[in-house]
Each structure stands twice: as C-alpha cells, then as structure tokens.
Write a protein that binds this ligand. Structure first.
Ligand code: NDP
Length: 269
C-alpha cells in the first residue's frame, strides 16, 4: 500500500479570494454587445478581469467599452463578423500585438433560427452552423496558437442544453451546439498538454433577444416552468459564477467539461 503524503494547508495563492480572482486576466468575449455575453462581460469585469468587448458593429462595442472604463473597469472594443475567418484572424493578431495576450477566450456569439424541419431554408442552416460551430473552431484556433506559445490559457465555449435534447423547429441549432460540445472535448484533448483548459457552459433557458419569441409565448413559459425543477426561466446573471470559475485558477485541472446551468432541466425526465 502506498500512502500519499498530502499537504492540506492552503498557501496564499490557493486561498479562496485568490483562487477565483481574475486580476491581470484579459478576456475576449465574442458577442458581448448584448445578452448573455454582455452580462458575462460585466460579471467578469467585477471580478477584476480586463474585457475585450466584441460584436458585429465597432461603434456599439466601443460605446460599451467606454461605459466599462467610466465605471472603473478596463475594457477594449473590437468588431468582426465571426463567420469571416480572415477578419477573425486579423483581429486576434491585432489584440495580441496591440492590446496584449488573451488569457481567456469565451466563444459566446450565437444565433438561432426557427422553422419546422421540412421548411428549414438551407441558407439559415448554413448561417447557424457558420456562426455557432465553425466560428468556434476558427477563433479558438487563432487564439490557441498564441496560447500554445505561452503554455497557458483557457477557452470557454458557450454551448446549450439543446445539445442534449430534441426540440421543435431548432434542429440545426441543436446540431450546432452538439458540435460545440465535441469541439470542446477534442480541443481539450489536443491542448491540455500545453496547459490550456477548454470547457463549455451549457445554459438552459434564459430570457434574451435570442429567446424573445419563447419569452413572449405564455404557453411555452408554462411548459418551461413545469419542465424545469427550479420552476422558472434562468436570469442571465446566473451564468456569471460558472464563467468566473472556468476563467480562474480554481479550474486549472478542470478540462473538457460542459457545465450545465439549467435549473436542473436536464436532470429531470
Ligand atoms: P443574443 O442574441 O442576445 O446575443 C448574441 C450576440 O452574438 C450579440 O452580441 C451579437 O452581436 C453576437 N453575434 C451574433 N452573430 C454574430 C456574428 N455573425 N458575428 C459576430 N457577432 C455575432 O444571444 P444570447 O445572449 O441569448 O446568446 C449568447 C450565447 O448563448 C449563444 O451562443 C447562444 O446560443 C447561447 N445560449 C443562449 C441561451 C438562452 O436561453 N438565451 C440558451 C442556451 C445557449 P451584435 O449585437 O453585433 O448583433
């Protein structure tokens, strides 16, 4: 029998406040001009992170970054369409050279299109896959090349509980999020040796622009409240804790996971 000697005394660095601190971390959040990405940007900034706000329009991103700076946070703004691989690569190069190293990348930008399966237009299918799935690969690859050189970094992919469920009218969305789950696992396996952690957050139902048609549908909300053990919609602020954990030192040996934040919906049959 081999007895392992363990030292259970926490050193300064391991103490709680340090474990979850995001001081000196620079975090790029795609799609942080509104919705979940914007709330994560606020929550992570409150925990000390420097934030790079991203959206499709530079003017909007700059205004948000300026508001952050007024509040005493440190923020920058960039804009590109996540389906434009060259623009993505050029912007990542610009950030790394002109702003500083990206310590954490949060792939959050996403879209949803709703049509019955037999009527789903091919163009909308392509758009959903390009934004939700291919962009995660392209942007992560561009950022990971720098992280590999530094031998450290964290990537967080915003998936969805829909990667586990079949639901009416959003089959391509569910498929794109299923792919995000497997991109997360594959990237974890390939990048862990460089001290890079790749995890995902899979939100349940949160009221944002993306879910507006559902929020406005009383019948859906009644179904949702019955189906979710917590009995309610999620408040996007409730995703901040998961993002802080996965961005911080506290998760240095957590790799390849999808953390469901869904009020227990997935656990219930
Ligand atoms: P919103 O529609 O509120 O916000 C989407 C964000 O993504 C915006 O900042 C938007 O930028 C950006 N974006 C969209 N398309 C592009 C593009 N082509 N290029 C660059 N940026 C783009 O969505 P949510 O906040 O609700 O969703 C955020 C993420 O969370 C998505 O990945 C979504 O799938 C996921 N999710 C959401 C759930 C929910 O209940 N809301 C549940 C499960 C997962 P701009 O403002 O410039 O248009």
């Amino acid at each position: 029998i081999i007895f392992l000697k363990c030292n259970f005394h926490l050193n300064e660095e391991q103490k709680m406040s340090e474990l979850f601190s995001l001081k000196n971390k620079r975090i790029l959040i795609t799609g942080s001009t509104r919705g979940i990405g914007n709330l994560l940007a606020n929550g992570l900034a409150e925990h000390g992170a420097e934030i790079i706000i991203h959206g499709t329009r530079l003017e909007t991103a700059e205004k948000i970054a300026a508001d952050f700076n007024t509040k005493g946070f440190k923020a920058y703004a960039v804009a590109f369409d996540v389906t434009d691989s060259k623009a993505a690569q050029d912007t990542i190069d610009y950030i790394e050279k002109e702003i500083g190293p990206i310590d954490v990348l949060i792939n959050n930008a996403g879209i949803q299109r709703r049509y019955p399966f037999c009527e789903f237009p091919e163009k909308d299918y392509d758009d959903v896959i390009s934004v939700n799935q291919k962009a995660v690969f392209i942007i992560s690859q561009a950022v990971a090349r720098y992280m590999v050189k530094r031998q450290r970094g964290k990537i967080i992919n915003i998936g969805s509980m829909q990667s586990e469920l079949g639901r009416d009218t959003i089959t391509p969305y569910a498929a794109s999020k299923g792919a995000v789950k497997m991109l997360t696992r594959g990237m974890c396996v390939e990048l862990a040796r460089y001290n890079i952690q790749v995890n995902g957050i899979a939100p349940g139902y949160f009221a944002t622009e993306l879910t507006k048609p559902l929020v406005e549908n009383q019948e859906f909300t009644s179904w949702l409240c019955k189906r979710t053990p917590a009995g309610r919609w999620g408040d996007p602020k409730e995703l901040i804790g998961a993002a802080v954990f996965l961005s911080s030192k506290a998760s240095d040996f957590v790799n390849g996971h999808l953390l469901f934040v869904d009020g227990g919906m997935l656990a219930a049959v």
